[in-house]
Design a protein around this ligand. Structure first.
Ligand code: MN
Length: 251
């Protein structure tokens, strides 16, 4: 099996090494990852200017290509330019910090997986909930268990699955929940100050709260200590509203 491994935290991130270690025996693993951290890059890509790539050897563990660009650049370049053949699987992560709820839209980790799915390749994004000390090694083993189950369940061509590992402890994870993405808005805070030249300067506070959850979602299941598995779609069309607008008078 040919596996493309990407992330958004950068090619030196411990989560990438952990995922590499966890899947290395599955086949031929190609690592193409951003040179610098690209969290919350979402699906942006480098349109103007050169994209410099370098062959790197990371920590005596693996070879890879670092890309001075976005997570999506990495997937496009890997598939179109750097790999001899298209991968059978795109894996993204393990991200340092969970990607549930509306954060899925901003995540570079999920975006890299989404790009793989657009190429028709089964893709999985992995993230680990933020805690003081993050055990990426154990998270990697859990990601591998989930991945084996996903492959057994026949993850489809062009499908993206978003996987989140909860904060790890002796009693966590409590199991696996297949749950829908929450789209409840988050409450967030910008800190404002005015500098000596009178300019307003804002900084987004990293602490935010997900809005109220009416039913079980990726947000609630993860907070309850479960590994969450959420299949995502590339097609953003609202099928319910499509018919309504098609029946409207347009001339
Ligand atoms: Mn990240």
């Amino acid at each position: 099996m040919r596996i493309l491994l990407v992330n958004d935290d950068g090619i030196l991130a411990p989560g990438l090494s952990a995922l590499h270690e966890a899947v290395a025996d599955m086949g031929e693993v190609t690592v193409v990852a951003p040179e610098t951290p690209q969290s919350a890059a979402g699906r942006s890509l480098t349109l103007h200017g050169p994209i410099v790539c370098n062959h790197v050897h990371v920590g005596g563990e693996f070879h890879g290509v670092s890309v001075a660009g976005r997570p999506v650049d990495c997937v496009k370049l890997a598939i179109r330019e750097l790999m001899d053949e298209k991968p059978d699987l795109v894996l993204s992560g393990i991200n340092a910090g969970e990607n549930v709820g509306v954060n899925v839209f901003y995540s570079g980790t999920v975006a890299a997986g989404a790009e793989g799915a657009l190429f028709g390749i089964p893709s999985v994004a992995f993230s680990l909930a933020c805690t003081g000390e993050m055990d990426f090694h154990r998270a990697g083993q859990l990601c591998r268990e989930v991945l084996d189950n996903l492959l057994a369940a026949q993850i489809a061509r062009g499908e993206l699955v978003n996987v989140n590992i909860p904060a790890l402890s002796q009693s966590s994870p409590r199991g696996v929940r297949v749950a829908p993405q929450s789209t409840a808005a988050v409450s967030e805070t910008y800190h404002r100050k005015v500098d000596a030249d009178g300019r307003m300067i804002f900084r987004l506070d990293g602490n935010f709260e997900h809005g109220p959850q009416e039913t079980e979602t990726d947000v609630t299941a993860l907070a309850d200590g479960f590994i969450t598995v959420t299949p995502l779609m590339s097609d953003m069309t609202d099928r319910n509203r499509l018919g309504h607008f098609q029946q409207c008078q347009w001339d």
